[in-house]
Design a protein around this ligand. Structure first.
Ligand SMILES: Cc1cc2nc3c(=O)[nH]c(=O)nc-3n(C[C@H](O)[C@H](O)[C@H](O)COP(=O)(O)O)c2cc1C
Length: 192
């Protein structure tokens, strides 16, 4: 399936170590002809850390996509009533956002976008990046794996010795995962 002309939402949450790869994927999505709307969680648009400054990440997203990022709950809310997106990807998705999403909490622009988008019966794709995937958050990942219209970018352990509970999605599989999700299918194998 071609992504040309597809409206793809890319929602950033606070897994800052993955942003370099995320920006590479934003460039790929644009090259495929997708119209890309970014959304930033409160953490992702305010925390400056060793991986960079929050305002620079927001600026870079706008430069790549040519569209102003959504930064507030009111900005993200019309995704539902105006049916703005064909697919929404939470890329990267923190343990915090996974836990809230699985439990129906809607207190960031990204969670608002997810709730608004899901009400339209359209696919939500999750690209996990969290140190507690095989620990505290396993139950929440399990809930989302079994949720309607929710798909995952294939994921696996990134450092089983030093971080035994950590799992991260293979962002290089983002585009085929989007294509599958748009057809209502989970890209396989999901664990790799
Ligand atoms: C430098 C830094 C790196 C972080 N990396 C991650 C990460 O890879 N995965 C994760 O789940 N949380 C990570 N966090 C913690 C989240 O940013 C924190 O839980 C935040 O509340 C997430 O909010 P959000 O899910 O609304 O973006 C990191 C925090 C900092 C300061």
């Amino acid at each position: 399936m071609s992504l040309k002309g597809k409206h793809v939402g890319v929602a950033f949450t606070g897994s800052f170590c993955t942003y370099e790869k995320v920006f590479e994927e934003l460039i790929r999505l644009k090259a495929e002809g997708a119209i890309v709307q970014t959304i930033f969680s409160n953490a992702s648009q305010t925390i400056d850390c060793r991986f960079g400054k929050a305002c620079d990440f927001v600026k870079k997203a706008e430069e790549i996509t040519g569209i102003k990022p959504m930064l507030t709950i009111p900005q993200a809310e019309p995704i539902g009533p105006k049916s703005l997106l064909d697919i929404l990807v939470i890329l990267p998705c923190t343990g915090n956002t996974i836990a809230k999403l699985a439990n129906g909490i809607t207190d960031t622009p990204v969670l608002m976008a997810a709730k608004a988008h899901l009400r339209n019966n359209k696919p939500l794709l999750i690209s996990i990046s969290t140190n507690d995937a095989l620990g505290m958050n396993m139950k929440n990942i399990g809930l989302l794996l079994n949720a309607k219209n929710v798909y995952f970018v294939p994921f696996g352990q990134d450092d089983p010795v030093k971080k035994p509970n950590s799992m991260i999605a293979h962002t290089s599989l983002l585009i085929p995962s989007i294509e599958s999700a748009l057809e209502g299918k989970q890209y396989q194998p999901i664990l790799c």
